[in-house]
Design a protein around this ligand. Structure first.
Ligand code: 13P
Ligand code: SF4
Length: 308
């Protein structure tokens, strides 16, 4: 698309957004042109908070399906639109209701700590949710001595490693993020060799081998904060490539290096400017969680927001 037509499309989106009394929320991994038109560009926790407090009648959620569901759980009276209905999260689909019920039966004393990258049905069966930003804090605050952590094994391992000696026992579910697991230890080693003065920040969804090479293990909100506050000027960033656009925008004088070209989440990239326009024009695709599931899932998300 030419720059001129892109600008025209952005104007049309702006106009429709006002007519519909809509707000555009975008995750840090969205395409740069979507980040540019969004009212808020944040991590999963930040977007949940925005969804819970906005006065807008319509939320255009530029992210993946579980994020739009979370907005629907928090704001059932609002219309939640996902520009591309195919934008799912493979990690969220790695655990189903039957398997979680079996885990619960196997560990009857345990409470379920559920990463928000999960379906509404799974959240409804959980005690408390977490995001990458607050997983450790919430696990530390949980009263239960046994925790079933679902569905991301990497984030669960990270939390468990930070709580060694706490006396808490973890049961980790073997889900993972295919995008973050494509980042290899050798990619970090190579990037470090070429940039020995760089700080290494990686997402907790990365493998244990990659996390072991990092200076900081952070969710995307933490990466933005650290890049701004840290005195160093070069950063190797082990997460989805969309994050680098936000980091560069916020810190134009600093350098951000993507250690692997494979760090692209195909689902996050399904949303485009055209689809955002059509979402507002057609008021589609609506994501609405059934009330029976919503009220149970709400308890787990509310528990997270209270403990955050
Ligand atoms: P953040 O909450 O850190 O933005 O992570 C969301 C996500 O989907 C990571 O893959
Ligand atoms: Fe899911 Fe990974 Fe994409 Fe995040 S980056 S939405 S966890 S597949």
């Amino acid at each position: 698309m030419s720059k001129k037509s892109q600008e025209e499309l952005k104007e049309k989106i702006q106009k429709l957004k006002e007519e519909r009394k809509a707000v555009i929320l975008a995750h840090n991994y969205q395409r740069k042109e979507i980040q540019d038109i969004a009212d808020f560009v944040e991590d999963s926790l930040g977007l949940s908070i925005q969804a819970s407090k906005t006065d807008a009648k319509v939320i255009v959620f530029c992210g993946v399906h579980f994020m739009a569901e979370t907005a629907s759980i928090l704001s059932p009276e609002k219309t939640i639109l996902l520009p591309d209905p195919q934008a799912g999260c493979p990690m969220a689909d790695m655990i189903d209701v039957k398997t979680l019920a079996e885990y619960r039966q196997k560990y009857p004393e345990a409470e379920v700590l559920c990463y928000v990258n999960s379906t509404a049905e799974i959240k409804a069966m959980s005690d408390v949710c977490c995001t990458s930003a607050n997983a450790l804090k919430i696990a530390q605050k949980m009263k239960a001595r046994e925790i079933i952590f679902i569905p991301d094994k990497s984030l669960g391992e990270y939390v468990e490693s930070q709580m060694e000696g706490s006396g808490k026992k973890f049961h980790l579910y073997p889900g993972y993020c295919p995008t973050h697991h494509r980042l290899l230890a050798e990619d970090i080693i190579k990037a470090k060799k070429a940039n020995p003065d760089a700080v290494v920040m990686v997402h907790p969804e990365c493998t244990a081998e990659v996390r072991a090479l990092a200076d900081f293990i952070l969710g995307t909100g933490g990466m933005s904060k650290t890049a701004g506050e840290n005195g160093r000027t070069k950063f190797i960033v082990g997460t989805e490539e969309g994050m680098l656009y936000r980091l560069k925008k916020e810190n134009p004088e600093k350098t951000f290096i993507l250690p692997s070209e494979k760090l692209i989440c195909p689902n996050m990239k399904l949303n485009t400017l055209e689809k955002v326009y059509w979402a507002l024009k057609e008021m589609a695709h609506v994501v609405k969680v059934a009330e029976e599931v919503r009220s149970k899932a709400y308890k787990a998300i509310k528990a997270m927001l209270e403990l955050s």
